[in-house]
Design a protein around this ligand. Structure first.
Ligand code: ATP
Length: 583
């Protein structure tokens, strides 16, 4: 397929916000894409050159893209900057200049998607002395071979502004419609996606070898597995009524790590499947030292540990430490421990189908005792009182609660279900669990706060069925000046003139924000609401958070699609008022 044809599909996707229409356009695009271009087309649709877990980046900011545009259209950076300032989009600036220039060819003379993708991949791989100059020259050479519309989309890729409103579930539906004419393949594709996290690989396998080959795609070292997630229940009684007997562990408020080991290479992936190996050198070393198996995938919670006070520090400290420049130093001053809690793969064998108790036994056998990787302690509880003993112990130790695990359950990648149930401590008048929300807009403030340009945040939660974000509350009070400033800084790159494609909201903020920034919010209560769209359905009112306050920024370990779902909100609404610990 010519890159210019792909650009036309991009513009059609950009113009619509209707999910069915998006899926239809994708199905048409995939239907016309040659099998060996499915993977590259899929990554490009996401503004990328590789799956999210591979840190392949073009590595050119706005300034250098402007240089490339200037060189391609034989002008200078100031001219490009002028257009950029006027149009507010570097892609639109390139499009305008391409249209005016003598250089840009007609759409039918652009290179194929395959070639553009290969060149961009080459640019991403350019390193060493003079690499910036070579990148600028290569992008300029590529631009000179593209028609104006193609030039616009190409320039949006390196600066992370290719926002087509297409999330992963929408791409999976696009595949299914392209191959089967309906949604019937979605479940099978999703299973492969949960185990390999690589949409391009799945598309390519489907096109080249068919759905049976997709069914055979499974867990492999080097591809992060989408994590199993926990449901909520309001009390110890409710948990044991649901699970029968359960393994109960402390719930560590740390950083979830999925450790992949193959020979003497270790990779560590975050909750949102990013490669975080460089941030956790001591855990990578610990895995080499304490795990003799040739290959393994196991999970645990990493916590900063202060050896002087013998204290375990919470998530916030862990991320603070990660932000420090000198990780090696931080690793010495504030070493991390990993509390391992599950095993997914060992010595070439996928063990996720095994019951929890067996995986746990294998995990015990996998790890040689030492200081860095510790096995999270567990107790089998049959009576609520036994479960509460672990709960109280956890709370006394400054932790936030417990995780109860069903003894005969497999590890279900990418699933939030009752195989795991969390029970957290709650203060009177608070919801038992925090809600992870995505910022979708902000409302200008008056008085002191207007100095920071934000007065209240409009936030939403995720609706996975429709792959959109729906409003749930406004957060106006309780943020410190520094937090407002931070909000502003984090939202700045995502400001949008129009309502973003994947946002549904009746309320109109002063400024829309692309759904990218995830925050953790604690509220007193969930109420029904005629103005918020989360859970709104025809005549049925939506749901809102009452008295919300910001607890933390969660972009380090959550993608927007990992935020709390509308379904979870409905469930939490039903569980309100129950007490974790009987009075
Ligand atoms: P989630 O990860 O479920 O979306 P969240 O980020 O809000 O939710 P919580 O709901 O507070 O986190 O707790 C779930 C997380 O707790 C898991 O993802 C895992 O990182 C962590 N965790 C801590 N201790 C354990 C444990 N013993 N077993 C399993 N998970 C644990």
């Amino acid at each position: 397929m010519l890159f210019s044809e792909l650009a036309v599909y991009f513009s059609r996707l950009e113009e619509t916000t209707k999910r069915n229409a998006l899926v239809e356009i994708l199905a048409e695009l995939f239907g016309k894409t040659p099998p060996d271009e499915i993977a590259s087309t899929t990554y490009l649709l996401q503004g990328r050159l590789a799956p999210f877990f591979k840190p392949v980046e073009i590595g050119m900011g706005e300034k250098y893209v402007m240089d490339a545009i200037a060189r391609a259209y034989e002008t200078d950076r100031d001219e490009v900057r002028k257009r950029f300032d006027r149009l507010g989009d570097i892609g639109a600036a390139a499009r305008e200049m391409a249209a005016e220039s003598q250089v840009a060819p007609a759409p039918e003379h652009t290179p194929e998607v395959r070639e553009v993708f290969e060149r961009l991949t080459g640019i991403a791989g350019t390193t060493g002395a003079g690499s910036v100059e070579r990148k600028v020259a290569d992008v300029a050479a590529l631009l000179a071979r593209l028609d104006p519309l193609s030039a616009m989309y190409l320039c949006r890729v390196p600066v992370g502004r290719l926002r087509l409103g297409v999330g992963d579930p929408t791409i999976l539906d696009g595949y299914s419609f392209a191959k089967a004419g309906d949604k019937s393949l979605r479940k099978r594709l999703e299973r492969a996606y949960n185990e390999t996290s690589d949409l391009g690989l799945i598309g390519q396998t489907l096109w080249q070898q068919g759905i049976e080959a997709v069914d055979a795609l499974t867990i492999r070292v080097g591809n992060p597995v989408r994590p199993a997630l926990a449901e909520r229940l309001p009390s110890a009684d409710a948990i044991l009524a649901k699970l029968g007997r359960a393994a109960v562990e402390k719930k560590f408020d740390g950083f979830r790590c999925q450790v992949h080991k193959l020979g003497d290479e270790v990779k560590i992936y975050s909750r949102n499947l990013e490669d975080m190996t460089g941030m956790f050198p001591e855990i990578a070393q610990g895995a080499l030292k304490q795990v003799p198996a040739h290959s393994a995938i196991f999970e645990g919670e990493a916590l900063a540990y202060n050896p002087l006070s013998d204290e375990y520090l919470p998530f916030q400290e862990t991320t603070k430490r990660r932000r420090k420049h000198n990780i090696e130093n931080a690793a010495q001053e504030l070493p991390l421990r990993l509390f391992a809690f599950d095993l997914l793969y060992a010595d070439g064998e996928n063990i996720t189908p095994l019951p929890y108790v067996e995986r746990r036994e294998r995990l015990k056998g996998l790890i040689q005792p030492d200081d860095t990787i510790l096995l999270s302690e567990e107790r089998i509880a049959t009576e609520p009182s036994e479960l509460l003993e672990v709960f109280n112990d956890a709370i006394q130790g400054g932790l936030e609660g417990i995780m109860a695990k069903k003894l005969d359950a497999p590890y279900q990648a990418g699933g939030r279900n009752f195989n795991w149930v969390k029970l957290k401590r709650a203060q009177a008048g608070e919801l038992q669990d925090t809600v992870d929300c995505v910022i979708i807009g902000y409302i200008y403030g008056r008085g002191k706060r207007s100095a920071f340009g934000v007065g209240a945040l409009l936030v939403g939660v995720y609706d996975p069925d429709r792959d959109v974000f729906r409003s749930i509350t406004k957060i106006g009070t309780g943020l410190t000046d520094a937090e407002w400033r931070e909000v502003r800084e984090r939202c700045e790159p995502y400001i949008s003139e129009e309502k973003p494609a994947r946002v549904e909201s009746i309320l109109q903020p002063s400024v829309w924000v692309e759904p990218e920034v995830v925050i953790e919010v604690l509220a007193d209560e969930i109420t029904r609401s005629p103005v918020h769209t989360a859970g709104m359905n025809g005549e049925k009112q939506g749901y809102a958070l009452r008295f919300p306050r910001l607890i933390s920024f969660r972009d380090a370990d959550k993608r927007p699609e990992d935020s709390t779902t509308v379904g979870e909100i409905v469930e939490m609404y039903g569980q309100q008022g129950a007490k974790a610990v009987p009075a």
